[in-house]
Design a protein around this ligand. Structure first.
Ligand code: ZL4
Ligand code: CA
Ligand code: ZN
Length: 392
């Protein structure tokens, strides 16, 4: 009804499952899988599914998860029960594999939740490899902190690493870009010693107070010249309050240079929505438009791409951003009205009936911008310096 048409000669696939959304990390835990329901319902109420191939995701198998994660870890993840949660009173129980603390609680159906998130991203990667999709969307993935044998920061299984490993079977070079407000440490670490993956994370950086504390400007991969991974980790450390204009400029400048030097054959873009203004955990001043501009720019580079979800702790804004970015993927940005459809379920949940709230609608108190133009120029200069070592 909004005149959403399938783009000619261009396929976008959407990978999701209603099952994932039913899981709960706990009453006041910031991660709400329900935000995926809200996203899907907004995408649907705009009529976007007509322009995409829609897939119901399967669970990833143990063997598939084992391509990155250790068997010890997976075995514990598959069998640990919420009752095994270490309690304050019960200090004999040490948390194993960082599971069972307040960030990564053990909850009912945890293994199902993890294998579905990974299944979503693996399905997306396979559609790209088969050339059946030009852009594959996996909003249920993007869990960038998980390590080979450790849960971290709400992430248990690193679906992004698994998806990139799939892409590497076919594509010589994969560019990983991460616009979540947190550093993409798990993905960076997994590909630290290869020159076939370049990782670029934009994030708030303040080691003493902001998770995970890694990702400084000078951290660019193993220093040794004989290590192929050297210079292939790019970090863009930012301060509170960065604006759309600054972020967009920085993103286009950095990713433009990276694209020129690295010449990726595929892109994996983590679209964590906690970099939006008004996020419960984030500190930036990005609007839905500025966040989406990153997706539009990556699409313009003309290589196959996976869009992953990630963080995002104010569910109504997560849904706005990911619905808008879905419209960018299918080329329907100009066809969808900015007013949230009358018939959208949960419409009242959005508070303001627009897809594009203003900063003052998103934030009660404006956040001061602590990013100076001088510092942003230094960051660009450092990145260009690193890229001089990269030539394919
Ligand atoms: C919570 O209210 O900075 C977890 C986590 C649970 C419920 C009640 C428990 C109260 C905020 C966060 C105690 C909470 C103590 N509950 C949490 C060093 C920390 C140790 C744990 O977007 N405490 C750890 C992780 C980050 C830390 C961010 C981002 C993921 C992603 C990709 C992960 N961890 C300090 C915090 C709450 C909670 C309230 C919380 N945890 C905020 N930031 C963290 O990059 C998906
Ligand atoms: Ca990031
Ligand atoms: Zn995050």
């Amino acid at each position: 009804e909004y005149n959403i048409v399938r783009p000619k000669g261009y396929t976008v696939s959407y990978h999701a499952t209603d099952e994932m959304e039913k899981h709960h990390f706990g009453q006041t835990h910031p991660m709400k899988p329900w935000r995926l329901t809200l996203t899907k319902s907004l995408v649907t109420s705009y009529g976007m599914p007509f322009a995409m191939d829609n897939y119901n995701t399967r669970h990833a198998t143990y063997e598939e998860l084992n391509a990155f994660h250790s068997s010890d870890y997976l075995d514990y993840l598959a069998t640990a029960a919420p009752e095994d949660q270490p309690r304050d009173q019960d200090s004999e129980k040490e948390p194993k594999f960082n599971l069972g603390g307040s960030d990564c609680p053990l909850f009912h159906g945890l293994y199902d939740y993890c294998s579905m998130s990974a299944g979503t991203s693996l399905d997306a990667a396979r559609k790209i490899c088969n050339k059946q999709s030009d852009i594959a969307i996996a909003w249920g993935g993007g869990l960038h902190h998980a390590k080979k044998s450790e849960a971290s920061g709400f992430c248990y299984i690193n679906d992004i690493v698994l998806a990139i490993l799939q892409l590497l079977r076919l594509y010589p070079r994969v560019l990983y870009i991460d616009i979540d407000v947190h550093h993409g440490d798990g993905v960076e670490e997994a590909f630290y010693s290869t020159d076939r993956v370049m990782t670029v994370s934009f994030h708030k950086y303040h080691p003493e107070t902001f998770f995970p504390g890694t990702g400084g400007l000078e951290d660019n991969g193993p220093k040794s010249e004989h290590n192929p991974g050297a210079h292939h980790a790019i970090n863009i450390p930012l301060n509170d309050g960065i604006t759309d204009e600054q972020y967009e400029n920085l993103f286009k400048t950095v990713i433009g240079s990276v694209n020129e030097r690295f010449r990726p054959s595929a892109i994996a873009l983590q679209c964590g929505a906690d970099s939006l203004a008004g996020d419960r955990l984030g500190r930036f001043n990005l609007r839905v438009q500025g966040h989406g501009a990153c997706v539009r720019y990556c699409k313009s580079l003309g290589v196959p791409m996976i869009l992953f979800g990630g963080g995002g702790y104010t569910p109504r804004n997560v849904a706005r951003a990911w619905a808008y970015e879905t419209s960018i993927a299918i080329g329907a940005e100009a066809s969808i009205p900015s007013t949230i459809p009358e018939h959208a379920p949960w419409r009242s949940h959005f508070i303001h009936d627009t897809l594009f709230p203003t900063l003052s609608q998103s934030l009660s108190e404006p956040r001061n911008n602590r990013n100076t133009e001088k510092r942003l120029r230094e960051i660009v200069a450092h990145v260009n310096e690193q890229l001089r070592f990269v030539q394919h």
